[in-house]
Every structure is written in C-alpha cells, then in structure tokens.
Design a protein around this ligand. Structure first.
Ligand SMILES: Nc1nc2c(c(=O)[nH]1)N[C@H]1C(S)=C(S)[C@@H](COP(=O)(O)OP(=O)(O)OC[C@H]3O[C@@H](n4cnc5c(=O)[nH]c(N)nc54)[C@H](O)[C@@H]3O)O[C@H]1N2
Ligand SMILES: Nc1nc2c(c(=O)[nH]1)N[C@H]1C(S)=C(S)[C@@H](COP(=O)(O)OP(=O)(O)OC[C@H]3O[C@@H](n4cnc5c(=O)[nH]c(N)nc54)[C@H](O)[C@@H]3O)O[C@H]1N2
Ligand SMILES: [Mo]
Length: 778
C-alpha cells in the first residue's frame, strides 16, 4: 500500500479564499501546482502560508484507515510496542465497526470515566471543523461524557494565577492595553521574553492583518523605548529598535524584584496607588526589603543570579519613574518551573509604578505572543460548534497527562484542591499532537503504553498517530468548507474548498456521524444537519447579531460569494483594569479584595511551598550543572505553527541535512569544537536529539536554542530502546513536571543540556515516511 499514489490531474482554477491560524490567504491551482497568496489587506503577511503548497498530497498523509497490528491480533490492552508496530489497512466500515465496539466495551466495563477525551491541540482554523470541539461533542453525545483537561500548554500557570490576583487570563491578556494605545502613549515597554514577530503572527481562528511590526515602528519613531529582556535578540524585530538585556533564562523574577527594590528604596513607588488599589503590599515589602530573611532583594543580590551587572539593573530601574511604562511577560516565562511567579511579580512591578489601568501603561500579560492580544474585540459573535454536556466530573490540568496514565488513583494538588488521577482505558485524540506538545517523550511513550486503546484522527503520520491503535485519515482544512474567525479579528472568512480530499480521507464530522450511527446516537450528534447545513446554522448567529445592530447583514450565500465579511469592533478601552482605576469601588477587580492582590491570603492558605502567598524568587531545580552546563530554550518555531505541516515547503526549506537547526553562541560552539553547519547531539539524563548547529551572537552565551515542532523521529538500538531523536525534537530533553502545585502547568520551555559535535553516521530522517503498512486480506 505504500506505492506512490499519483496526484490527480489538476486543472487551473480561480483563486479562492481560505484561512489558517497563521494568516488569511487565497489559493489557486496553476499548472498543476498550488499557489498561495496572502490576504491583500495584510500589511505584514506570514510566510507560513507557504507550508500549504506541497502539503495536500504529501506522502506522509494518512491515506486509509489503519489498525495497529498488535491491537488487531491481540485485542485492546496495555502494550509496550505502541510506537514500534506496523499497521494493517482496513476498510472504513471495518475500522468504524471495530471502534464502535471498543467504545461500547469500555463504556460498559468502566463507564465514560474510563475515557480521556481532552484531545488538546490547535487543529485548524475553521470554526465548525475544529477537531477538538468535534471530538468533545461526539463523546458527550455518544458516551455521556469523558475525562477532560483544563487550561492549556500556552498559559498553564498564568491561566490559574491571574484570576487570584487580577482577573481572568482573557481580561488581562486579551481585553487590556491595545497597540492603538501604545503607539501614542507608551514611553517604555519592559518586555520580559520579548515580543517576537514570529509569535504574534499567529492567532487561533485566523488573523487577517499583522499590525505588530508597524505599531512597534511607529511607537519607536515617537520615542517609545522597547526593552527586550530575553536570551535572544531576535525576540524583537529591528523595527522596534529594542535595547537587548541578556538575563539568564528563568531569572526574570529576581530581576523584577531588584527593579522594584530600587524603585522603593528611592521612594519612587506610587504609594497612593498601592494604598487605594492594592491589597497585601506590606507583607510583600517585608520580603522585598529582607526584613524577615535578612536578604534585601536588591540589584547586588539579583546581579549574579541574572548574569547582569548590578549597575545595569539600576540603570533599567532609572528608566521607569515618571514614565508611562508597560510591563509585558511572554507566555514562555510561565512555561517553566515556578511559572506562576513572573506572571505575578510583573503585576507587582506595574502596580508599584502606579501604572495599572492607564492608557498604554501598566501590565499587559502576554502582549506580543499571539495576534489576539493588543487588539479590539469584535462587537458580534463568531461561529463555534456547541459541545454538549459532559456528564463526567473528573479532569486533569492538561499537562499532567503522562502522570495520569502512569499513576491512576494517585493524589495530586491543583489550585487548592487535592484530587486523584482517574484510571483511563481509552484515549481519543483529534486535532492535537501530544508527541509535539508534551515533555519527556520517552516517558510519554511509557504512559501511552498503559492504555487499552488509543485512537487518533490525523491528516499525517505524526508520532502521535504512530503510537495509536486506530488511525483514521481526516481531511485537512484545504479539503473542506468552513468559517474562519476569532473574537479579536475584524474579518470573517468564507473558507472555500481548494482541493478534493486526499485518498480516503474524510471530515472529522462525517467520521463522528457514522460512528454515532453505530452507537445509536447519530441524531444527537448531527441534529439532522449536514456540514453545509451546520455552516449556515452557525453563520446565522453572526448575521442576526449584525442585523440587530442595524448593520449590513448579508445572507450566507452572499457571504460565501464575497469570501469575507468585515465585522464591527468595540473599543474595550483598557478593559477591567481601566474600569477599576476609574471607579475602584463601583468596578472592583474580580479578586477576593476587589483590588490587585500583591499578596494573596487564598494562595497562602493553600500552603504550597512551591507557590507562596506573594511573588517570590524560587530557584529552578532544572538549571545548568557541570554535566549539563547549557540552558536549552525550546521555544516556538519561526517556520511553522507547532508541529503542523512540518513537512511543508517553508518549514523544510529551513532545515539542514533534514534536521532542525539549533542556535549556539560562537563561544559555546568553539569550546566544543562545533562549527557552523555541524551536526550536534544535544543530551541530558532524559534523552538526546540531533540538530544542525548555527552560530550566532544573537543568542546569549550559555544558552542553546532549539525550537519545538520537528516531528519526533526515534532512533532505536538493537533491543528497541530509543537512543535519540534524529530530527531535533527538543521534547525528548525537557522535564515533565508541573509549574507548581497551584497550576500544574507545562514547564517545557527551559531545560539543562550538554551539546557535542556528532561525528557518528547520520541516521536517515524518517519522520516524513509513512510507517510500514499491509492491506488486510479479504
Ligand atoms: N518544549 C516545549 N513544548 C511545548 C511548547 C514549548 O514552548 N516548549 N509550547 C506548547 C504550546 S504553547 C502549545 S499551544 C502546544 C501545541 O501543541 P499542539 O496544538 O498539539 O500542536 P499542533 O502541531 O498544532 O497539533 C495539531 C495537530 O492537529 C492536526 N490537525 C490539523 N487539522 C486537523 C483536522 O482538521 N483534524 C484533525 N483530526 N487533526 C488536524 C495537525 O496535523 C497536528 O498534528 O505545544 C506545547 N509544547
Ligand atoms: N511562528 C509561530 N508562532 C507562534 C507559535 C508557533 O508555534 N509558531 N505558537 C503560538 C502559541 S500556541 C503560543 S502559546 C505563543 C507562545 O508564545 P511564547 O511562549 O511567548 O513563545 P516562545 O517563542 O516559546 O518564547 C518567546 C521567547 O521567550 C524567550 N525566553 C524563553 N525563556 C525565557 C526566560 O526564562 N526569560 C526570558 N526573559 N525570556 C525567555 C525565548 O527567547 C523565546 O524566543 O506563540 C504563538 N505563536
Ligand atoms: Mo500555545
């Protein structure tokens, strides 16, 4: 079955609109090739749209339903051969019959509590075919529910701590300071983790205009100073003319403490603001000034931790008083051990400066990390698929998946609660790639080996699909019609179909509908609608809201014909923080005191040593050692979204010798005899991977950077043990521990490694070859 399938002859077509999380575009067939052009209104289009050009009939697409041989022969049950087995191709009917029977078996024996349907992942931009919504709706209607996951890999720590101290993540990140305010008002942007354009070019649901570069340019031209506190100078574009402050990764809290210390020691803090708008300053100030532990958190204390001269820290502090200052913290800082602390401490820094709630000032958590942030909100809702009711109460913080599978029944802490991991027998994934997003991949393989059954719908043979028992080929976004939109982008996109489904691929929706049929729940899942009828039904919400506001409200047919619909937006004008500043008693913050929690009695009451009652410097456990002396930054890739379309033309064009590229400082490279373009081996006690080295002074010494997203390509020894990932997936190195007992977020951004030149035989890169598969007889 692995014989090459000839692509169908493609006649030339007119260009049609479509959308991805990384941009709105149009696509057309010309001379047998797919041409992809950015949305004409986009001032700074994202090159990632070029990943589509070779994707549709790439050999790594899943072409037919497949069942893992061991599962087919031995039936459901724990199996350590997941990830190493071959596949047997079956018909759609056979696959769906097997799957329906297995779902029924698990439900009868263990209840819906035995099914994990968290299915975390970004899937694709269309709002109806959003795979995670589809799988949740299916499990709710067919089984009555599933064990779910809460929070995200993006904002695992901040999503939990922010409601304790300021308000919801969305209120602090998404409906707060806008780029429109920064351009005229802000004097200093203190950006911890920078504001990399590669990141703000992405927004779930799509993004029609990339305005960040131009906004930074205009603000800088007016005199706004951008400070890039980051191990990488590329975390700001040149347009921002940013000053680069090279602080040791993971030490931002120490730096923030020292800045606040200097501000307080000089009496520059806004005492009136702290008294009126904040709660718990005194206890925090005792810690800051070292009144109890005898250690003032001053510049001299922070300097050796941060790897910065004390004079540099005080120089930064001098930039702040009397200025309109905006503090930002990228998501990356909280995707690390004690990730709650920088999120909290940055709020305290902005509060000490009295800046919270001012136009262009204060604290805009995560501004610059996604295109959603710093924008106005739409004044009308956009489509989303209702997921139904989940009858199962059990859940896990999303990044605790391997802990759950490996330790059923064991207790864990989360946000003040003591909970127990449920015993999962079957996991169902559609639209996510745990072998991309999770840490310590060898441990994750052991975790998935405990399942009775693992089901995956995929467009391609990701490592996740290669660990599954039943793999169902689904259409990719270009192969179906959908509606693209998000709550902060003023364009609804009619996502036209650009190509017929590849091989036997089917829409997730149609797969779930036919599966529901076998389980007797088809009507509950479909409500009698085809996908085309669903699109019309979901569009109606937007149309009627437009009509209610007396605006032009085109019919679905008109919208489809035009390809796009501009949406009205509202002026959030600073969101809850501005409202609170203007009217502190009438518009209190949704916190216990109604004010900014500089300290929190609630969090103190949880009694967590790893998340005390005020922000504090807690040194990371996973820091460089003599054996593993470099900090590895495993950040978001510039060449794709996560692992999506890693086989796409743009992503592949940036690899070297088929490997992902790892950046090293020339000093660190020279000390190891590594030259530009050498293949290197990155390793620590958990694992190893290969990459191609590039040398650059745009990274600070002592730090190596390898982006996430290269598809896991395990190379095994004679006994089947994984020796390394030959492609460069950093998650074979990262540590699978929660940020703290409070949030239990993912801590994959940083880990300690050693790097050496790899002089061995380069293993062939096989992540983009489909696995061995045979066709079922008869
Ligand atoms: N070390 C480290 N790890 C990290 C991070 C980090 O900074 N460092 N970042 C984390 C973050 S912030 C995130 S958000 C996660 C991202 O993790 P994921 O969201 O899981 O990553 P994606 O690659 O976007 O996975 C989406 C998958 O859905 C598939 N897909 C696309 N369209 C469809 C469809 O229509 N149907 C179906 N069934 N499947 C579809 C794609 O092929 C792809 O495999 O990674 C996290 N992991
Ligand atoms: N091109 C592209 N864009 C994306 C994504 C993608 O996969 N590809 N993913 C999107 C998603 S889902 C999310 S959640 C966001 C994520 O947004 P982030 O998590 O903020 O993105 P990263 O690129 O992982 O990290 C940003 C920068 O933080 C710096 N950094 C790392 N550790 C530290 C530290 O300890 N201190 C300081 N000061 N700096 C540090 C690194 O230099 C890194 O480049 O990005 C989104 N944008
Ligand atoms: Mo994310």
């Amino acid at each position: 079955m692995n014989a090459p399938v000839l692509p169908p002859a493609r006649p030339d077509t007119d260009s049609k609109p479509h959308s991805a999380h990384w941009g709105v575009f149009s696509a057309a067939w010309k001379d047998g090739a797919l041409k992809v052009l950015p949305y004409p209104g986009d001032p700074d289009p994202n090159p990632l749209i070029q990943n589509f050009t070779n994707a549709l009939d790439h050999p790594v697409r899943v072409t037919a339903p497949m069942v893992r041989r061991g599962w087919l022969e031995r039936g459901p049950g724990p199996d350590a051969s997941r990830g190493r087995d071959d596949y047997v191709q079956v018909t759609w009917d056979h696959a769906l019959d097997l799957l329906a029977a297995e779902l029924q078996r698990v439900k009868d024996l263990h209840g819906a509590e035995g099914v994990f349907g968290g299915s975390y992942g970004w899937s694709s931009a269309g709002r109806f075919h959003h795979a995670q919504s589809q799988v949740h709706r299916f499990l709710n209607t067919a089984l009555g529910g599933y064990v779910r996951s809460v929070n995200s890999y993006s904002a695992g720590a901040s999503g939990v701590i922010l409601p304790h101290i300021l308000g919801s993540m969305d209120d602090v990140a998404r409906r707060n300071v806008t780029w429109e305010q920064i351009v005229p008002h802000t004097d200093v942007v203190l950006a911890f983790g920078g504001m990399a354009l590669k990141n703000s070019r992405v927004a779930s649901g799509g993004i029609s205009r990339h305005i960040e570069r131009e906004s930074m340019r205009q603000a800088a031209a007016r005199g706004c100073r951008f400070i890039n506190i980051s191990p990488l100078s590329s975390d700001f574009p040149e347009d921002a003319n940013a000053q680069w402050v090279q602080a040791v990764p993971g030490t931002d809290v120490a730096l923030m403490l020292a800045l606040v210390h200097h501000v307080v020691a000089n009496g520059w803090h806004d005492q009136a603001f702290l008294a009126e708008f904040c709660d718990g300053w005194e206890g925090f100030e005792d810690y800051l000034m070292g009144r109890q532990d005898g250690q003032a958190k001053d510049a001299n204390w922070a300097a050796p931790l941060c790897g910065l001269p004390a004079a540099k820290i005080t120089e930064l502090a001098h930039l702040l008083p009397g200025k309109r200052v905006l503090v930002t913290v990228s998501h990356s800082l909280q995707r690390a051990e004690h990730g709650e602390q920088p999120v909290w401490m940055a709020a305290v820094l902005a509060a000490a400066l009295g800046q919270l709630g001012l136009p262009g000032g204060g604290y805009a958590y995560a501004l610059g990390t996604l295109a959603h942030y710093g924008k106005r909100s739409n004044a009308v809702p956009v489509a989303s698929l209702p997921q139904g009711m989940n009858g199962v109460k059990d859940f896990i913080p999303v990044a605790r998946i391997a802990d759950m599978l490996l330790h059923p029944g064991q207790p864990f802490d989360y946000n003040g609660k003591r909970m127990r991991y449920p015993h999962i027998r079957l996991a169902y994934w559609a639209g996510g790639n745990p072998f991309h997003h999770h840490q310590d991949l060898k441990r994750l393989t052991r975790a998935f080996a405990t399942l009775d059954t693992f089901i995956v719908h995929e467009i391609g043979w990701t490592a996740t699909a290669r660990h599954a028992d039943i793999v169902l080929p689904c259409t990719m976004t270009l192969e179906r019609e959908d509606i693209g939109g998000s709550a902060t982008d003023p364009l609804l996109v009619a996502m036209h179909r650009i190509a017929a489904p590849n091989a036997q691929a089917r829409d997730d929706y149609d797969i779930f509908a036919d599966l529901s049929d076998r389980l007797g729940t088809r009507d509950a899942f479909t409500e009698g609608r085809t996908s085309g009828e669903w699109l019309r039904h979901l569009y109606e919400r937007t149309r009627s809201a437009l009509q209610d506001q007396g605006l032009e409200a085109p019919s679905f047919e008109q919208f489809w014909e035009r390809g796009e619909l501009p949406l009205p937006q509202q002026d959030d004008d600073g969101g809850i923080l501005r409202a609170f500043r203007d009217d502190p008693t009438g518009k209190p913050l949704p916190t216990p005191s109604g004010k900014v929690q500089i300290s929190s009695q609630v969090i103190a009451g949880f009694g967590y040593a790893d998340c005390p009652g005020h922000p504090a410097w807690l040194p990371p456990e996973d820091a460089p050692t003599p054996d593993y002396p470099l900090f590895l930054v495993a950040n978001q890739p510039a060449t794709r979204l996560h692992s999506q379309l890693d086989f796409g033309a743009h992503s592949v064009s940036q690899k070297r010798q088929d490997r992902e590229v790892c950046t090293l400082h020339p000093q660190d490279a020279a000390a190891r005899g590594i030259a530009e373009g050498d293949i290197v081996r990155l390793f620590n006690a958990r694992g190893a991977c290969l990459a191609s080295a590039t040398l650059s002074t745009a990274i600070m010494p002592g730090v190596a950077q390898l982006p996430t997203g290269a598809w896991y390509d395990p190379v095994t020894d004679a006994s089947g043990n994984v020796v390394l990932c030959g492609h460069g997936n950093p998650n074979i190195l990262t540590r699978d521990v929660g940020t703290s007992s409070l949030a239990q977020g993912c801590s994959g951004q940083l880990t300690a490694v050693q790097v050496e030149r790899y002089d061995g035989v380069l293993p062939p890169m096989r992540a983009f070859d489909p696995p061995r598969a045979v066709e079922m007889d008869g």
